[in-house]
Design a protein around this ligand. Sequence first.
Ligand code: PEP
Ligand code: MG
Length: 586
Amino acid sequence: MNEILKGIPASSGISIGPVHILGREEISVSKRSISEADIAGEIVRFEEALIQTHKELIALQKKVSAELNQEQAQIFDAHLLVLEDRMLIEEVISRVKKEKVNVEYIFHEVIKKYINVFSRMEDEYLRERIADINDVSKRVMRILCGKKKKSLSDFQEPVIVVAHDLSPSDTAAMHRKNIIGFVTDVGGKTSHTAIMAKSFEIPAVVGVEVATSKIGEDDTIIIDGISGVVIINPDEKTIAQYNQARQKIKAQDEAFISLKSLSAQTIDGRLVELAANIELPEEIPFVLEHGAEGIGLYRTEYFYMNRRDLPSEEEHYEAYKFVAQKMQPYPVIIRTLDLGGDKFISQLQVPRDMLPFLGWRAIRFCLARPDIFKVQLRALLRASIHGKIKIMYPMISGVEEMRQANQMLEDVKNELRAKKIAFDEDMEVGAMIEVPSAAITADLIAKEADFFSIGTNDLIQYSIAVDRTNEKVAYLYEPSHPAVLRLIKNIIDSGHRNNIWVGMCGEMSGDPMFALILLGMGLDEFSMPSRMILPIKQLVRCINMDDARKITEAALDLSTGKEVDEFSNKKLKELAPEVYKIIEQS
Ligand code: PEP
Ligand code: MG
């Protein structure tokens, strides 16, 4: 019988395939009693696992020092030290003898104790050793449990990855590998893991809570990223139904392709710009295929992930130049580093905040680390002569930060001018408006910026106080909450009163139901996962601005998010039935 699990739809599409459970060995280590006679064997098993791990680490160290450099290879010295820690080894052996329990269980318990002790240490350096202990212990555990480590790029055949959690950098590693979908226990619709899945067009369901405990390594599953359903070991009839649904989605996508060469213009002639959000330059071909007329958000932090060093100015420059040239004559808005929240970059060794989304992230981090920020600014400016680059700063909370960031940009411009290095003197510089304080004082910030781009993913989480990555409070994450709509309206009106254009790069602009209201508010640019561009274009082409304004006014008069959803759903069905079909399936 089909077993059905329900989660949060994170990236649309349907996948059917075998499962690979990622990181299961971290989750369950069973306790097994052993006899007196088994003790020696358990200790030998442990010692062999240590020797094997040692060999693996030395081999890895050699490879890294040959391919990268000596400094990066030194990271393994810390790992080897953990492996050779006599106190740790002796504690494991003596507990196996005393408690007569299998060695992997004892080892796991001892490691947990070590991690606990280190996490309470005052010294930041020592606290950071937790990552080394974790890494080494996982290697030892894998050998003890007879599991081979699989990397996300190892798969020869298509698989669906099931994991407790996936970091945005794990997801970045899935790009163009044999991974046809993923399911996680935790996560919300606008966590960066979900956002990346959408960009790579990998169907995904997050926040399933029991995925890793209910799904087994030998299972086949269907994931339905439209309704958020996961079906374990489906019967033939269900597989046939889903294959049919998959064909329907494909046909629908193809039907929208005819819109590619048409303009994004309302019936009465208002033109809006429909742009794409990207994480990696490799996405450009998809973006163009979907008819984007620009990049409204290039999230540059992925450039810093899955590597052991910081990107050099040249690497930044080459990536930005590539994107700017490929997107010509359209604009490319490059967002400066938005580290923090749910995105961490291992080589920066930034201590984790208690509340990472409220902590040392984005522009706060960049202003405090001009050594890192200026490298990116220099590369951005140099690349600006190769296309139509604009830049924007994330997480601006008020005028002060905007001025400080602009001052740093001006300093870098002066350095370039002194060295006679060319850059676009007219490059536009914008602010992301994603913090309520910025949304409320948008009239003041508008005087310091050339444009605004509204980051609703964060704006919603901050204004409703709901963590965007937490599945337990996902039901509160409402783009249509009256508070959110009022803030957005204020941002757009303030921008327009100050003669600057206003765009939106949060996920909300790619949702037809909300796009209708945003159009009526006068939003100038909509930037979204590329797959949604043509459906939104279809919507824009079905509407005239008078109707859109009336819908917006009526929506702003409603008292709850639910009422707004029902109302705009109804209007969408009346005005753009083809686009409504997409929502109906979700
Ligand atoms: C946003 O917050 O809406 C946004 C686009 O930025 P990110 O999702 O990267 O935080
Ligand atoms: Mg944001």
